[in-house]
Design a protein around this ligand. Structure first.
Ligand SMILES: NC(=O)C1=CN([C@@H]2O[C@H](COP(=O)(O)OP(=O)(O)OC[C@H]3O[C@@H](n4cnc5c(N)ncnc54)[C@H](OP(=O)(O)O)[C@@H]3O)[C@@H](O)[C@H]2O)C=CC1
Ligand SMILES: CC(=O)N[C@@H](CCC(=O)OP(=O)(O)O)C(=O)O
Length: 342
């Protein structure tokens, strides 16, 4: 059994890790931290875990994380980088669900996250945990930077086109929409039901911190600079991201359906639809990115629709997929649940 610790067990991604790991056949949860709920039984806060998990929350500094095989950080940006060097030194592997190790350039990190990086020497070693891109490197990694939610939907949506050089890399548009759980569990006026219900708006139009992450990914497999316009929106639903992506085909006669089919052949957690319009509820609760691709008109504009559950393929499910690879378990262990309808 892999012995795991979770730092930040009361947040939405931490709770989702607990839901998945409580029934994972190869995992024993050793420690779950919360500063605000330390000492409280986890199943008292999360009754859906009654009978599945018999542990109390503990303070992060008392959780004996150094005895675990793996520690997940489901904490705000800038938290994992404080304790990751010591954990790695004691032989513990780390998966950070936040952004601390996603950007390779510490100056870019500081510009977008507003704080200096505490361990820039680890940025080179950290493996970006998108299995469909980095599967082999993930297997041997000590430190995984679990991708952001929008970057997962957008990168998987654009990947086949950009990797094949099939679109103009200087003209890529990502129009993305997220449910409110993407903003975490902390109380915020702007996330009250009366504020977000029956309304729909764009935000961070001047620049969002996921833009450099997506650009870093696309540039990596395009081999050239990319020009990306990324606009996130907040929609009145709880879970889910829908990203509508636009590119200009270099050759309008390209078989784009075939390109996607070949790229994602054998990928259990990417579903290419033959057409139609994937909706977020078709992936709710599932570790899946569902994609449809089409061409509009004769002028070579390709439109990709990519949907994920932000808390599953966009966070906790992807983290467990990475863990499975790191510990040579079946990649889909613990991740077989089908989406919930309605
Ligand atoms: N929500 C989403 O869809 C996604 C989130 N992420 C990222 O995952 C991370 C967690 O997100 P989410 O679950 O939504 O966040 P939440 O705000 O819902 O939860 C944060 C958790 O971290 C704990 N925490 C806060 N500060 C500290 C600290 N300094 N030291 C230790 N623990 C701390 C909190 O518990 P307590 O205060 O009691 O200790 C809480 O359990 C974030 O970095 C987020 O950006 C990534 C992809 C998607
Ligand atoms: C709806 C909403 O507010 N979404 C968050 C992004 C989700 C997130 O938690 O960001 P990471 O994936 O980088 O951790 C935002 O726009 O800041």
């Amino acid at each position: 059994m892999i012995e795991v610790g979770i730092v930040g067990g009361t947040g939405y991604t931490g709770a989702e890790l607990l839901r998945i790991l409580a029934r994972h056949p190869g995992v024993k949860i050793q420690a779950i931290t919360s500063r605000s709920e330390a000492g409280q039984p986890v199943a008292e806060m999360f009754p859906h875990l009654r009978g599945s998990l018999d542990l109390c929350f503990s303070e992060p500094d008392k959780a004996e994380l150094g005895d675990c095989d793996l520690v997940f950080f489901a904490t705000p940006n800038g938290t994992a980088m404080q304790s990751t060097p010591a954990l790695l030194a004691s032989g513990v592997r780390v998966i950070d669900l936040a952004a601390d190790f996603r950007l390779k350039d510490p100056a870019v990190w500081e510009r977008w996250y507003g704080m200096p990086h505490q361990c820039p020497a680890l940025l080179e070693e950290a493996v970006y945990g998108l299995p469909e891109l980095n599967r082999e490197a993930i297997r041997d990694a000590r430190l995984i930077a679990n991708p952001g939610c929008y970057p997962t939907a957008v990168t998987l949506g654009f990947l086949p086109l950009v990797e094949a050089g099939a679109v103009d890399p200087s003209w890529l548009i990502a129009d993305a929409k997220s449910g409110v759980s993407g903003a975490g569990r902390k109380a915020t006026t702007g996330l009250l039901m009366a504020e977000v219900g029956e309304s729909f708006k764009a935000y961070s139009v001047a620049g969002h911190r996921h833009a450099p992450e997506i650009t870093q990914n696309l540039k990596h497999f395009a081999g050239v600079d990319v020009g990306l316009t990324f606009v996130p929106h907040l929609v009145p639903m709880i879970r889910g991201i829908e990203a509508t992506l636009y590119g200009r085909l270099v050759d309008a006669s390209l078989d784009i359906q075939g390109l996607y089919r070949d790229r994602y052949a054998g990928e259990v957690f990417v579903d290419l639809m033959p057409g139609g319009h994937p909706d977020t509820r078709s992936v709710r609760g599932a570790n899946l990115c569902r994609i449809a691709v089409s061409q509009q008109g004769q002028d070579g504009v390709v439109v990709v629709q990519s949907v994920i559950d932000n808390l599953v393929k966009g966070a906790a499910g992807q983290a467990v997929q990475n863990m499975n690879l790191m510990f040579a378990l079946p990649e889909s262990a613990g991740l077989e649940s089908i989406a919930l309808l309605p």
